[in-house]
Design a protein around this ligand. Structure first.
Ligand code: FAD
Ligand code: 2HG
Ligand code: ZN
Length: 486
């Protein structure tokens, strides 16, 4: 079997094919409604990713309700060498969450219970299939916050977040999941339950095996539960949005934010003018600033004393104005305005998705050169005879934005429809560009199917070899999320 979608990839014939007996078995061990077959249901939603770029051909979706059920599924799959793809909210952006051929989708959506929450320590233990926004709301009601937030919060699962090691909008403040996740429960490919669901902030007892699952993208096992350290929710949140004329100014504003807002700084996001025009095309909201600027920054502070926080932010903005670092700016006056300003940042991926297709590059680059990649990409696209913009048949929109505070650029190249010619102009050129600067080809979205050929631009061969060995130890039959990066 070859895929019409991926002509260069061939189905691995070592993998078994699903039989009527397999389906009977799954029906016998799972609750009614948990076994979805292509013969009886439309499985297209499980076979296509959020960008509608990657399409699989799975004929079977399983929806376990407990860790024991996942274990029974995996035992059978391992014995029969049936390949599987763990799927969370299916919001991943690298084609990792959908099958390539006929892999079984293990959807975690019915494993969505909070297991415990300690209101003194702030430690939450929950099923992997809990939706991020719902989990955060549960915590908000108790005065706490989930230490990760991102635009896909309404659909993505906390287990999916851990599996991709998602970064998001407040990594600058709350740190990486490698620090906040305290424990993981997972089912190994042979059905063994890996129980490392500890609730300790300090535990130096040898190798920290659970770390391997964070960012493993479904290639080592199925994450079924997590325990995570959640901070207190800040009582006062302020947002400022300002316009700047150069990337140099953006960096100056960042350095000052760290110095002057220091402990209350919770996000520093930057956006270029093309990204804001794209949001404006589809938004009913009034633009935050009247005049156009080359760059925009959204700064968020989270603290506990309104007078103190507002004074700090006001002084910071006035200082930037006086030094001609920013050209114009606004401060949100209430919660609605805070939300509206965030829309101009969080709404970028969705608005770009409305263009047709988007080539996404989620990269880490030393800050000084971060925006240079966007400019060089525009030049390259034009050299190949395309116009930059949104109107016209031959246009390509090149947009830059991202988590500046983390050195993470999102370069998005929006096209009317996915087109191999554009892809070949950009790849591997973008990754070679990154390699020269010792950056990362994946800052936060992972590798999945999309970046499989490009790992070598960021990781030394010696490291890749060790990764392969780890994969072999954990998953000797290679049934976990095959054809992806490892
Ligand atoms: P899925 O998409 O379902 O899966 C992603 C990967 O994890 C797959 O390889 C899958 O096999 C694996 N996986 C999922 N669940 C499990 C499990 N229980 N056990 C083992 N493996 C599993 N990412 C960021 O880092 N920062 C952002 O700011 C950000 N913003 C986004 C905004 C939008 C609008 C969208 C669409 C995506 C965004 N993302 C962002 C991408 C991000 O990776 C996902 O949103 C999220 O982390 C994936 O969670 P999910 O539950 O949807 O996982
Ligand atoms: C964000 O920061 C997400 O908005 C998505 O990581 C970025 O779509 C993208 O390229
Ligand atoms: Zn991001």
């Amino acid at each position: 079997l070859t895929s019409t979608m991926y002509p260069d990839v061939v189905r691995d014939e070592r993998f078994g094919k699903i039989t009527a007996e397999d389906i009977e078995y799954f029906k016998s061990v799972l609750a009614p409604g948990s076994v979805l077959t292509a013969a009886e249901e439309d499985l297209s939603g499980y076979n296509v990713d959020a960008m509608r770029k990657y399409h699989g051909q799975s004929q079977l979706v399983l929806k376990p309700r407990s860790t024991e059920e996942v274990s029974l599924i995996m035992k059978r799959c391992n014995a029969r060498k049936l390949a599987v793809v763990p799927q969370g909210g299916n919001t991943g952006l690298v084609g990792g969450s959908v099958p390539v051929f006929d892999e079984i989708v293990i959807s975690m959506s019915l494993m969505n219970k909070i297991r415990s929450f300690d209101e003194v320590s702030g430690i939450l233990v929950a099923d992997a299939g809990c939706i991020l926004e719902t989990t955060d709301q549960y915590l908000a009601d108790r005065g706490y916050i989930f230490p990760l937030d991102l635009g896909a919060k309404g659909s993505c699962h906390i287990g999916g977040n851990v599996a991709t090691n998602a970064g998001g909008l407040r990594l600058l403040r709350y740190g990486s999941l490698h620090g906040t996740v305290l424990g993981i429960e997972a089912v190994m490919p042979d059905g063994t339950i890996f129980d490392s669901l500890g609730k300790l902030r300090k535990d130096n007892t040898g190798y920290d095996i659970k770390q391997l699952f964070i960012g493993s993208e479904g290639t080592l096992g199925v994450i079924t539960g997590i325990s995570i350290f959640c901070p207190r929710r800040s009582k006062v949140v302020n947002v400022a949005f300002f316009g700047l004329e150069s990337y140099e100014n953006v960096q100056q504003a960042f350095v000052r934010a760290k110095g002057e807002l220091s402990e209350i700084l919770s996000a520093f996001e930057f956006m270029d003018t093309a990204s804001q025009e794209q949001v404006a095309r589809f938004s009913e909201l009034r633009r935050p600033l009247d005049e156009p600027h080359n760059f925009y920054v959204l700064v968020e502070t989270s603290g506990s004393n309104r007078v103190h926080d507002e004074e700090k932010l006001q002084t910071y903005l006035e200082g930037l104005m006086e030094s001609d670092i920013i050209a114009d700016g606004v401060l949100a006056q209430d919660e609605t305005q805070v939300k509206n300003l965030w829309t101009w940042r969080e709404g970028i991926p969705e608005s770009l998705g409305k263009s047709g297709g988007v080539y996404k590059y989620d990269v880490s680059i030393p800050l000084e050169e971060l925006y240079q990649l966007v400019e060089d990409t525009r030049v390259r696209i034009q050299e190949f005879g395309h116009d930059i913009g949104t109107e016209g048949s031959n246009v390509v929109n090149v947009v830059g934005y991202g988590h500046l505070g983390d050195g993470n650029l999102h370069l998005n190249v929006a096209v009317k429809h996915y087109d191999k010619e554009i892809e070949y102009i950009l790849e591997p050129w973008v990754y070679e560009w990154i390699e020269k600067r010792h950056g990362s080809v994946s800052a936060e979205h992972g590798l999945g199917f999309a970046k499989k050929p490009y790992l070598k631009y960021s990781k030394d061969q010696s490291v890749i070899e060790l990764m392969r060995q780890v994969k072999k130890v954990y998953d000797p039959n290679g049934i976990m999320n095959p054809y992806k990066y490892i």
